[in-house]
Design a protein around this ligand. Structure first.
Ligand SMILES: NC(=O)c1ccc[n+]([C@@H]2O[C@H](COP(=O)([O-])OP(=O)(O)OC[C@H]3O[C@@H](n4cnc5c(N)ncnc54)[C@H](OP(=O)(O)O)[C@@H]3O)[C@@H](O)[C@H]2O)c1
Length: 316
């Protein structure tokens, strides 16, 4: 293996966390080309000639965005994944790792979902487009690995949060959007309004922890069976909102707006493979991770006119 490591989605939440750990890798953004386009992916792959590909590029969105645009999430992600994996296969890239998502899995009310469930039921309707595209990604990885014997694999982290999250009240992921809302509530003196009933159960992983696991994953052969990365058994959105309020030192009223979407009631994943794959793993406790994320958000908020977007945070 002589070529560089190529990371797609290098300007994203996870890509930026990985950049701190593997600065020598080559990181792509949409400015380098639209990876929905096969000829673009092929051109990039033949120019860079990577020996390892970390495929993170994806169209990722919050609960409302997914529910309203399932077809677009499906199309964009299928196109990106197909183009990147096809170009990597034709360039004989022998090690590739990509990210699936909890949204790809069927969910059960009486037990947590495990890796073995991935292809045994449909994903939740509200994120069916994104979820099915990730299921196809799993299939494509397996087919290439089976035909070639190459080390193509995937990880499945639960919802990520941390520095460089999208701090947008409407389109961000739940943690980034809650921090933004909390900050706005603090500034305006109005209550913090949280979408949904607050009773939905979700799991969260600090992005820097997942970046570290990704580096460790790259260091030894894995095989195509995905590994779920879920630090705990999950918390309600109400508990999360209170933890965000504490991290923001917000002491005002918290209201729940059940007219807004909240997605599936319980999403709970549990790994049957994680402990043997990552025996040394340590997860940042939620309160610590939130504090660090809020510190990061506030530093940008104070130093730039608008802290809600990733672009602002990247300005010198
Ligand atoms: N965030 C989560 O909670 C979560 C949870 C589980 C799995 N994952 C998966 O982990 C991976 C990384 O997620 P993330 O949160 O870091 O995503 P993100 O912050 O939304 O970043 C997406 C990245 O993909 C790039 N991208 C999007 N469309 C593209 C296109 N058409 N052509 C080329 N590049 C494109 C973006 O480039 P620009 O910045 O230039 O637009 C950006 O670098 C994704 O595969 C995601 O599905 C994420």
């Amino acid at each position: 293996m002589t070529g560089p490591t190529l990371v797609t989605g290098g300007s994203g939440l996870l890509g930026l966390a990985l950049r701190r750990l593997i600065p020598e890798a080559i990181y792509l953004t949409q400015h380098d080309g639209d990876l929905r386009d096969l000829s673009t992916a092929q051109r990039i792959m033949s120019e860079i000639r990577p020996s390892v590909v970390v495929h993170l590029a994806a169209r990722v969105g919050g609960v409302k965005d997914n529910a309203e645009r399932n077809a677009a999430f499906f199309e964009d992600n299928v196109l990106i994944n197909t183009a990147v994996l096809s170009a990597a296969r034709c360039s004989r890239v022998t090690r590739l790792v990509s990210m699936l998502s909890s949204c790809a899995f069927p969910l059960y009310s009486d037990r947590p979902t495990t890796e073995q469930d991935l292809q045994s039921g449909a994903p939740y309707d509200g994120n069916a487009g994104y979820g099915h595209a990730k299921r196809l990604l799993d299939r494509q990885i397996r087919m290439v690995a089976a035909e070639t014997g190459w080390d193509w694999s995937s990880l499945t982290p639960v919802t990520l949060y941390g520095p460089h999250d999208r701090f947008d009240a409407e389109s961000g992921h739940v943690v980034g959007s809650l921090i933004r809302r909390c900050w706005d509530a603090k500034a305006s003196g109005l209550p913090l309004t949280v979408w949904g009933t607050g009773r939905a159960v979700r799991q969260f992983a600090f992005v820097n922890d997942v970046a570290k696991l990704l580096v460790s994953h790259l260091q030894k052969a894995a095989g195509p069976d995905t590994v779920i990365v879920a630090p705990d058994e999950g918390i309600t959105i109400e508990i999360l909102a209170k933890a965000v309020a504490r991290a923001c030192e917000y002491t005002g009223l918290i209201l729940f707006d059940s007219s807004q979407p909240e997605g599936v009631p319980v999403k709970r994943l549990q790994s049957t493979r994680f402990a043997s794959r990552f025996p040394q793993a340590r997860f940042t406790p939620l309160n610590e991770g939130l504090k660090e994320t809020v510190r990061w958000f506030l530093a940008r908020h104070v130093s730039s006119a608008d802290a809600c977007g990733r672009a602002a945070s990247l300005c010198p």
